[in-house]
Design a protein around this ligand. Sequence first.
Ligand SMILES: [Zn+2]
Length: 102
Amino acid sequence: MQITCPACGKSQPGAGDNCQRCGCELRALREVLRAAARLAAAAAARLRAGQYAPALALAERSWRLKHSQPAALTAFLAALSGGEDPGAASTWLARMEALEGA
Ligand SMILES: [Zn+2]
């Protein structure tokens, strides 16, 4: 997993608990990113199974850890398919568009 050091901004590959440039501890950040990816994958699996409410809840948990395209897309599709809150789908669409513009 590619990671960017929050202290110095150096992008680096998955190995190593510390930044190659400044020595910043990266293990906790890496664990948060892994958890976000696991939650996004679980959300996508629920979405594929047609379980929209759990898919949306998992995608929201993933989003709280990391603002990612997979989490936003899954949440958007779950909100759209679930149809319980019409405003939620447009909120997630705006979040996806904001990520694309970043
Ligand atoms: Zn660094």
